[in-house]
Design a protein around this ligand. Structure first.
Ligand SMILES: NC(=O)c1ccc[n+]([C@@H]2O[C@H](COP(=O)([O-])OP(=O)(O)OC[C@H]3O[C@@H](n4cnc5c(N)ncnc54)[C@H](OP(=O)(O)O)[C@@H]3O)[C@@H](O)[C@H]2O)c1
Length: 325
């Protein structure tokens, strides 16, 4: 099946992609190779052929590599990331439940970038990736140098397009002084706004926006209950205890509106995002083939002006409690 397409700075991708972090056991179930393969097949069959991963997502690159064996490379577009290292050296899926970005160190030195990429290509079993990006901007390294090192990989044929993950508008502007940038990847959803300055820079300079956590790590699908065990969401203020209860109550009118419109709340969250700008591509993650198909179908939803206004007024009244990062 094919979905409507969008352009990420010249790279054509489906309007809804697929985020593979959910496959590695950071949510409430351990990594499972057969389950990963089933989920990836469901995503690609539903048309979500943009597969997002990272060298820090535990086995995800290997899972995608195993899935791609025997398939045509041009069936998918692969986006991966580098430079985020679990501290003190544990794979991300083994970290204790209570972790934060301070448990990671960032190293995006240019001298390391080619080796990072070659290792990702080996795990993925491919000769190039479509988007390659530092997972976060390294505070110790000028972004021009990191982006320039990725541009060298484009020249070498290992990467098709330079991207940036979690950049500021200024990072993007500075990177663009050394290379075209096709896309940025940032958290953006109904309950996590994008920095308006970054969005403006993207729209002015034809840079696509890959929106991560577009379903609010499951919350915007409605009805999220307590998280625990090895689910990293037990560490997210907005998704725990009294905050979660209050946020579910505040979100209820939007769940009801989705129901009235014959959509799932997750579909409404994705349709809202797709309606924000033609350059956005959300990458929801799910291990469930039925939900993956549901999420893909959001690419076909169109909001009228009246729909937009009605949803907009509910969203203006939806003020979640607690930090989400
Ligand atoms: N660049 C970065 O720093 C960064 C950071 C975070 C994430 N990302 C990328 O963004 C991708 C997605 O982000 P995310 O995993 O943080 O959050 P997300 O996609 O907003 O949420 C994933 C969660 O939502 C649930 N879900 C998905 N579709 C659903 C549906 N239709 N109904 C009910 N529940 C549904 C999934 O559960 P089930 O599996 O049970 O369906 C999972 O628990 C990641 O895989 C990764 O590729 C990038």
């Amino acid at each position: 099946m094919s979905l409507p397409v969008r352009s990420l700075g010249g790279l054509t991708v489906p309007a809804v992609g697929y985020g593979s972090m959910v496959l590695i056991g950071t949510y409430d179930t351990p990594a499972d190779e057969a389950g990963a393969n089933t989920a990836l097949a469901a995503a690609v069959d539903a048309g979500c052929t943009l597969l997002d991963t990272s060298d820090v997502y535990g086995p995800s690159e290997l899972q995608i590599g195993a899935f791609l064996r025997g398939r045509r490379r041009d069936e998918v577009q692969i986006s991966t990331k580098f430079g985020l290292k679990p501290f003190p050296g544990e794979p991300v899926h083994r970290l204790p439940v209570r972790w934060s970005v301070d448990d990671f160190r960032i190293n995006a030195e240019p001298r390391l970038v080619r080796a990072y990429c070659e290792r990702s290509l080996t795990r993925l079993g491919v000769d190039h990736v479509d988007l390659y990006q530092p997972h976060f901007t390294d505070p110790e390294v000028p972004i021009e140098e990191t982006a320039g090192a990725v541009a060298d990989l484009v020249a070498a044929g290992l990467v098709r397009h330079v991207a940036l993950s979690n950049p500021t508008a200024d990072d993007l502007r500075r990177a663009q002084t050394v290379t075209p940038v096709a896309a940025v990847q940032v958290q953006w959803s109904m309950w996590h706004p994008i920095d308006p300055a970054l969005l403006a820079r993207c729209e002015e300079t034809d840079v696509g926006v890959v929106a991560y956590s577009p379903i609010g790590r499951g919350f915007l699908a409605g009805g999220l209950t307590a998280t625990g065990g090895h689910d990293f969401r037990a560490n997210v203020q907005r998704l725990t205890g009294d905050n979660l209860t209050a946020n579910n109550a505040a979100y209820a009118p939007i769940v009801a509106l989705a129901d009235e419109w014959g959509l799932t709340p997750a579909q409404l969250a994705l349709a809202w995002l797709l309606d924000q700008t033609p350059s956005v591509v959300p990458i929801p993650g799910s291990r469930d083939p039925g939900r993956i198909r549901q999420n893909a179908a959001a690419a076909e939803v169109t909001l009228s002006l009246t729909d937009r206004e009605r949803l907009g007024s509910l969203l203006a009244a939806f003020v979640p409690v607690g930090d989400v990062s």
